[in-house]
Design a protein around this ligand. Structure first.
Ligand SMILES: *Cc1c(COP(=O)(O)O)cnc(C)c1O
Length: 374
């Protein structure tokens, strides 16, 4: 036996091996069928997953694509968002939200977030909506929906509400699933997401048949039929093998999200009253799916170092807000522009949380955190 190359954390941030065990037989069978049929690109397995995921999100159409960043770019392009247009989005999100806007040819317009939930602040979004605004991007960060009804209001009649639902598969707002709360939504099946593939994958969701058809064309060189290219698109199709994995996992997603909620409640109880620690808050009307359990702590970098030394796989999502990223320097921002996002970036800490985490592991995290605090 050789030793594993990377020592496993005592409590990993996510546990994809645990998830695989639950679906291993189904995935093996599906892979064997796909390989036997040689249908590696699109085909019936992709269509079947698209139908199942559309139903799960309560929308008419799901279009599987290569990853979540492409999903957002193609959703924007289907809406006709491009050069000369602006898209409003929060300053604290994964860089892909802004990247997709820029790749569509439009200009990202960043706004600060609310200090309680770190979700895009709808009043600030409304302030930045102007004659060039073509889209307002609601990022459902950490597993809970942004306040979409206020963002729809901010968007007005000319701009579209676009959801970045990459972190919120199964989350609801006032009982309606994320992915069906705007004109069109993008999601990611990156392995660590609540519904994760075995590589890159993503999808676009919409109730609008014309937008869905446009995305189906764009993901496949601009046309749904071979050698007909009414527009120029790209190659960003959902791999058939990934669709097999996602379909098997989708059947368990509701139960896994319930496991995440139970684990979040357990952290709430274990960490209540820890000095200086702020626990995550849920926006009224939301059912949270706890993609990440994000606390705020003093001396965050020191706390993170001490947790890691204890084998606790904590992380930071995200350490640098978008306006201070080199890749977005052309937007001309400087430190101090988005004080809430900046203060959050310096204090947030993501604790291990995944379906399959045990109460004993969570107690270990809580104990380690108690000792790691300054
Ligand atoms: C993961 C993620 C994406 C991008 O997804 P990829 O599949 O990695 O391209 C976009 N937005 C947010 C908020 C994400 O968390």
């Amino acid at each position: 036996m050789t030793a594993p190359a990377v020592p496993r954390d005592a409590v990993p941030l996510v546990d994809l091996a645990w998830q695989h065990e639950q679906v291993a037989d189904e995935v093996a069978r599906g892979f064997a069928e796909t390989i036997a049929s040689s249908a590696f690109v699109l085909g019936p397995a992709v269509a079947a997953f698209e139908r199942a995921f559309a139903a799960f999100c309560g929308v008419r159409d799901c279009v599987g694509v290569g990853n979540g960043t492409d999903a957002l770019e193609l959703a924007l392009r289907a809406l006709g968002v491009g050069p000369g247009d602006e898209a409003v989005l929060p300053a604290n999100t994964f860089v892909a939200t802004a990247e997709a806007v820029a790749r569509a040819g439009a200009t990202p317009v960043l706004v600060d977030v609310d200090p309680d939930h770190l979700l895009v602040d709808p009043a600030r979004a409304a302030d930045r909506v102007g004659p060039r605004t073509a889209a307002v991007v609601a990022v459902h960060l950490f597993g809970q929906a942004a306040p979409v009804e206020r963002l729809v209001e901010a968007a007005g009649t000319r701009a579209a509400l676009v959801e970045d639902a990459a972190q919120a598969q199964g989350a609801t707002r006032h009982g309606r699933p994320a992915g069906g709360l705007g004109r069109i939504a993008a999601t990611s099946f990156y392995p660590g997401k609540n519904l994760g593939a075995y590589g890159d994958a993503g999808a676009v969701l919409t109730d609008d048949a014309a937008l869905a058809a446009a995305v189906r064309g764009l993901r496949n060189h601009g046309g749904e039929h071979r050698y007909e290219h009414p527009v120029l698109g790209c190659n960003s199709r959902l791999d058939t093998l990934q669709a097999v994995v996602l379909h098997a996992k989708l059947a368990r997603l509701g139960a896994w999200n319930a496991d995440r909620r139970r684990a979040a409640r357990r952290y709430d109880a274990l960490l209540a009253g820890l000095p200086g620690v702020a626990l995550p808050a849920t926006l009224p009307g939301n059912e949270h799916v706890w993609h990440l359990y994000v606390v705020r702590v003093p001396d965050r970098d020191g706390v993170l170092r001490r947790l890691r030394a204890d084998g606790i796989g904590a992380g930071v999502h995200y350490p640098v807000p978008l306006h201070l990223q080199g890749g977005l320097a052309h937007l001309g921002h400087r430190p101090g522009d988005f004080p809430v996002a900046e203060a959050a970036a310096a204090t947030i800490l993501s604790l291990p949380l995944h379906p399959g985490i045990t109460p004993a592991q969570q107690e270990q995290v809580a104990e380690s955190l108690r000792r790691a605090l300054p």
